[in-house]
Design a protein around this ligand. Structure first.
Ligand code: PRX
Length: 657
């Protein structure tokens, strides 16, 4: 459990920030919601489901055969029609859906709901022409351009589950996902703009398609105009989508029809395809977005900075906001493109009122200095959100003061790829917030903190975070691996969903999230498993063994630290050099993606092991975080740790990447 960044001290945090009167007075959701949900949890979720447009009403709210849930059974709807058509039909076609801002300065598109509708219909017709049927999986590997949202909605419209892969993942990661999902279709682009340059995407797809051998068609958006290799499989988006009719009649699908797969890291080397379905997912994504951001669709401008490659981009860029008819900003590039105040110029230009971002970004802006946001008029901001990792009180206070002008409530939202939507968060018009805490479960959600034996710690105390009732947007399984689903989430504490996080109720029964307790790291809000990085390292021909740990990092939350034992044939002067460490870092980037590059690689002739041969990761974590060493008596050779420790003291930390 990461307690390095003063999380222990959090339990004594006594500052409170009340909801501003203005927000409380007109809040979409009041304290009654907690009572309503408490009195009738299923009835509460049925009420939220009715915020959507159903083609056929469900007959049963929940069928629960642990650990398998079905929500709104018998109900039918079309997710894309809920996100687009119904707003147009309600006369809101002229409302802006997307204010898109490309990375190159001045590169902008404004897309209304009517235009989005036409584009989604054309893309749906195109996919059908290419042979995509309901049930076929479609991989999406795109930068943050409107076509990413259009592609997701087009897939949803025809009932073809999409699987979006973050553009920063490697060809190898793409092969693994294409193969596991058995995807015969890929949507990509020539490239995207990143840090002032056109970064290619298609070569990774070409390699992955070649190696997987099962892809039939690749639909390619022209974004940068850079040269691309071309085969018979490839078709241009502007050719095929461009010539389609903008009329498409959406078919109704069952509430439990698969909507998407999203791969995320688990505690083994193999990423798992988290499966989400339609009716329950959309209900909770839409309701939480409306409730936690207090969305007023007529006047608010919302901006979530997450990439669509992550679950936040699914639930709070594409599905939740569009189901609610929101107007939102979408930005392609990095926060420092065109100046380190790029984000704040976007807030000013579009009069953003609701901003949703990650603590890592906030801590980076803290480093860059408050004079940058101060250059811009950000008085439009109303509510600020945080997601992805624990937000330390210092960052929370800075976010509130510098970005929110001391007037905007902060909603710290805890959830996961698996939960599909927010689970633990304050309500901005109701909750009196403590800096750094996500406060407590949302209405309709039941959490319990338990000890190692699975017993509730009660009103006050720390332990493992569990969810003890099913919720509408919960994962329905791991693609193709029912056993892993049971084992990963439901076996540690039978009858409860185990989230993998530590948590603590303080003296006032306020909930503090304490980070992962398993072998999953959280680097800049991105989930990466230690085993995945270890497998990548040992696939290098010169590596005999590797152990990876997540160590505290002031900006990224955690950073990846790797301990590597080279093979015998590698000469000492080669393996001890920085060039070797750099080669290994690049190798990991090639195997997984640049986000998984270790910050620091320590070459060591041996790894500390127990007498039974298990690598002692806990010890390595202590070494990586420069802590007093824990118990080393079970170690086969205690001198190994001393040797590593000495090296650690002299090694550079490789943060130049
Ligand atoms: O450890 C928790 C952390 O991120 C994990 C989920 O990662 P992922 O599935 O990639 O989804 C991230 C976006 C929802 C959790 O197990 N986490 C997420 N939000 C918070 C958080 N930790 C503390 N506070 C949060 N608000």
């Amino acid at each position: 459990m990461t307690e390095q960044n003063g999380l222990d001290a959090l339990a004594t945090e006594s500052r409170r920030f009340e909801p501003p009167t203005e927000v409380a007075k007109s809040a979409n959701v009041t304290a009654d919601a907690y009572d309503d949900a408490w009195a009738d949890r299923l009835g509460f979720w049925e009420t939220q489901a009715r915020r959507l447009q159903w083609d056929k009403e469900w007959h049963t709210a929940l069928e629960w055969e642990p650990p398998f849930a079905k929500w709104f059974v018998g109900g039918q709807l079309n997710v894309a029609a809920n996100c687009v058509d119904r707003h147009v039909e309600a006369g809101k076609g002229d409302r802006v859906a997307l204010y898109w801002e490309g990375e190159p300065e001045g590169d902008r598109r404004v897309i209304t709901y009517a235009q989005l509708h036409a584009e989604v219909c054309k893309a749906a017709n195109a996919l059908t022409e290419l042979g995509v049927d309901a049930g076929n999986r479609v991989m999406i590997y795109l930068p943050m351009i409107p076509e990413a949202v259009i592609a997701m909605l087009a897939c949803a419209r025809i009932g073809a589950p999409h699987s979006v892969v973050f553009g920063g993942f490697s060809a190898q990661a793409l092969v693994d996902r294409i193969t596991d999902a058995e995807a015969r279709f890929v949507i990509t682009s020539d490239g995207g703009y990143r840090r002032g340059a056109a970064a290619a995407l298609k070569p990774a797809v070409d390699e992955a398609v070649e190696r997987s051998g099962i892809v039939e068609k690749v639909l390619v958006v022209r974004r940068t105009g850079q040269d691309v290799a071309w085969t018979d499989r490839d078709v241009w988006w502007h050719d095929v989508v461009g010539r389609q009719s903008d009329v498409h009649h959406p078919q109704s699908f069952d509430a439990e029809h698969p909507l998407f797969l999203l791969y995320t890291s688990g505690t083994t080397g193999k990423p798992k395809g988290i499966l989400h379905t339609s009716g329950g997912y959309l209900t909770q994504a839409a309701w939480t977005h409306w409730a936690v951001f207090d969305l007023k669709p007529e006047t608010d401008v919302y901006w979530c900075t997450a990439d669509i490659g992550w679950v936040t981009g699914h639930s709070y860029v594409t599905y939740g906001p569009l189901a609610n008819g929101a107007t939102q900003v979408m930005y392609e590039g990095t926060p420092d493109a065109g100046g380190k105040d790029r984000w704040w110029s976007i807030v000013e230009r579009y009069k953003v009122s609701l901003l949703y971002t990650a603590p890592t970004a906030i801590r980076t802006f803290m480093k860059w200095g408050e004079e940058l946001p101060a250059k811009h008029d950000m008085s439009s901001l109303r509510i600020l959100g945080s997601v992805g990792e624990p937000i330390n009180p210092e960052a929370w206070i800075w976010y509130r003061r510098v970005i929110g002008g001391d007037r905007c409530p902060i909603v710290d939202t805890w959830w996961q790829t698996e939960t599909g939507a927010m689970m633990i968060a304050p309500l901005p018009g109701v909750t009196s917030c403590k800096p750094g805490s996500a406060m407590g479960p949302l209405p309709g959600i039941e959490v319990d903190v338990v000890n190692g034996e699975g017993e509730s710690v009660g009103e006050v105390g720390g332990g493992y975070l569990t969810l003890n009732e099913p919720w509408p947007s919960m994962l329905r399984g791991i693609w193709g691996d029912e056993e892993r689903y049971r084992e990963t989430y439901w076996s540690k504490f039978p009858g409860r969903y185990f989230a993998g996080d530590g948590a603590k109720w303080d003296e006032e029964h306020v909930l503090w999230l304490l980070g992962r307790v398993d072998d999953v790291m959280n680097v800049s809000g991105h989930r990466i498993s230690t085993t995945e990085v270890e497998s990548a390292l040992v696939s290098h021909p010169s590596v005999a063994e590797a152990a990876v740990v997540g160590a505290y990092d002031a900006t990224t939350g955690q950073a990846i630290v790797a301990f590597v034992t080279p093979k015998g044939h590698v000469a000492d002067d080669v393996s001890s050099g920085e060039a070797f460490a750099q080669e290994l870092r690049n190798h990991v980037a090639k195997e997984i993606g640049p986000i998984a590059k270790p910050r620091q690689i320590l070459i060591t002739p041996e790894l500390p092991k127990t007498r039974s041969g298990k690598i002692m990761r806990r010890l390595l974590r202590d070494v990586a975080e420069h802590r007093e060493l824990g118990d080393v008596t079970t170690l086969a050779d205690p001198s190994v740790v001393n040797a590593i420790n000495e090296k650690m003291g002299t090694a550079g930390d490789g943060t130049e990447d």
